[in-house]
Structures are given as C-alpha cells and as structure tokens.
Design a protein around this ligand. Structure first.
Ligand SMILES: CC(C)(COP(=O)(O)OP(=O)(O)OC[C@H]1O[C@@H](n2cnc3c(N)ncnc32)[C@H](O)[C@@H]1OP(=O)(O)O)[C@@H](O)C(=O)NCCC(=O)NCCS
Length: 236
C-alpha cells in the first residue's frame, strides 16, 4: 500500500487552516487557483496519482491500479485529447487534479468525460467541487453539451459533486454513471475561464518565486553556518 508521501499542508490559498472544521464554509468558486496543466507536469501527475491509497485508486480508476498501471496511464495521456487542471500547494506539489477527456469520434465531439482526484490531506475543502466547476466552464467553451462521470456507486463524494451540479445519475449495481447537460458557451463562461486561468498562473509563478527564494535563503544559511564552523575550527 502506498501511503500519501509526506501529506503536507496544501496552502493552495493563503492563510487557510490546514484542517478545516467540519462546519467551515467551503471556498466559493474562483477563490481556489486552478490552472491548466500539460505534458511538462507528467512527473507531478504521476506522483499525485501514485500517492493515492489503494481504496482511492479503486475509486479513481475503477480498479485497484498498481504503480506500474498508473505509470502506463500517465505515459499514455494524450494532452491533445485531454484537458487537465491542477491545484498546487505553496511548494508546488500537485495536491488535486481533474481531467476532461474528449472523444476522438467526430460524432461525439460534444461529449466529454470528467475524472478527478484530491490528495487525502486536502479532502473536504471543496477542491473536488471547484475542479468540477472549472472543468464545466472549459467544456462549455469547447462546445461540449454532455458531460459524463463514471463512478462507483459507493463514491458518495463524487456523486454528490455531480448531483449538486444537477447531473442525472443512473445506478447500475456497483457502478453509476452521471450525465450533465451543459448550456452553450456565453460571454460569461469565456471571460470567467480567461480570468481564472490568469489568476491561477499568476499564483503559480508567485509560488515558484517564493520557493526559489526559500531555497536561496536556505543555501545562504548553509554557507554562513559553514563559514562559522570553519572559523571556530581555525580558532580552536
Ligand atoms: C471524490 C473526491 C475528488 C472529492 O474531493 P473533495 O475535495 O474531498 O470534495 P469536496 O470537498 O468538493 O466535497 C464534495 C461534496 O462531497 C461531500 N463529501 C466530501 N467527502 C465526503 C465523504 N467522505 N462522504 C460523503 N460526502 C462527502 C461534501 O460534503 C460535498 O458536498 P456538499 O458540497 O453538498 O457539502 C475525493 O474524495 C477523491 O479524490 N477521491 C478518490 C478519487 C475519486 O473517487 N475520484 C472520483 C472518480 S473519477
């Protein structure tokens, strides 16, 4: 079993407590920086998915995917047919991600499938719901009119996200399929996507700078410590 590697504070948003109280209000749409992710994030996608526990892998993939199967899945992601979104913490670790898979069949151009995973330490904070909303806006802007979500019937959280959005859920024993009709794109959906991507990219670059700066400070401290130790050695 693969435990989440170093489950750490997510800090996708500044000054947010690490463990929310049960009755803590969820972040409203647009307040969680969610950016699109591409092939340059393959390594982080792999790390995020391999950190899922077996039960979560089962919920995410529909079977208890092994590390090797996840590796193959990540290697084979076609970024031309997939749109991926991610939430990064202040260390730029990918703490939650979602995908929209578009059909290659020209007759099914208006359909897409949604999938999502949130790292264990970041659950229950509304990230799954926010990723869903972000994906819906993108899907609308891409001309998608039907969104599908395959989930195990036991996956209360996923089905709740779908139900909250107004999806119709059809249960077939252990598996359920949710489908959501999407309205066509409009001015709001286009501007909203542009804005959220811009905000998320700015947030990402600020986090990258802060990370670089912390690295520099750490290095300076090490140098100072080394100089101090060398001075003490030469004295004694
Ligand atoms: C499903 C998953 C993405 C939800 O992410 P999350 O960030 O914890 O979800 P949210 O905080 O946005 O909560 C979504 C809704 O589910 C509810 N919920 C969350 N966890 C729950 C749980 N364990 N049991 C019941 N309901 C739950 C929330 O109350 C919320 O409903 P509300 O808005 O009506 O209050 C996450 O549990 C996960 O990654 N699971 C493993 C992978 C998976 O199942 N993927 C989905 C299949 S593709």
């Amino acid at each position: 079993m693969l435990a989440p590697q170093n489950p750490e504070p997510d800090r996708a948003m500044p000054d947010r407590p690490e463990t929310p109280a049960a009755d803590e209000p969820r972040p409203p749409s647009g307040t969680v920086p969610i950016r699109s992710i591409d092939h340059s994030h393959r390594e982080q996608i792999l790390k995020h998915l391999q950190a899922l526990e077996p039960a979560d892998r089962y919920l995410r993939f529909g079977y208890a995917a092994t590390d090797e199967q996840i590796q193959r899945y990540v290697d084979q992601i076609h970024f031309e047919r997939y749109m991926l979104f991610g939430i990064f913490n202040r260390r730029l670790h990918l703490i939650a991600m979602a995908h929209l898979a578009f059909s290659i069949d020209p007759q099914l151009r208006t359909c897409a499938e949604f999938g999502v995973s949130v790292g264990k330490a970041s659950r229950g904070k509304g990230y799954g719901s926010r990723l869903f909303e972000r994906a819906v806006v993108h899907a609308r802007n891409e001309g998608v009119s039907q969104l599908f979500i395959h989930a195990l019937s036991e996956n209360t959280a996923m089905l709740r996200i779908a139900r909250n959005a107004g999806a119709v859920i059809e249960r077939e024993g252990a598996e359920s399929e949710a489908h959501l009709r999407l309205p066509p794109a409009d001015f709001d959906s286009r501007v909203s996507e542009l804005l959220s991507e811009q905000v998320a990219l700015t947030d990402y670059h600020l986090k990258a700078q802060a990370k670089q700066f912390r690295g520099l400070i750490g290095m300076l401290q090490e140098i100072r410590q080394g100089v101090r130790e060398a001075r003490e050695r030469s004295r004694g």
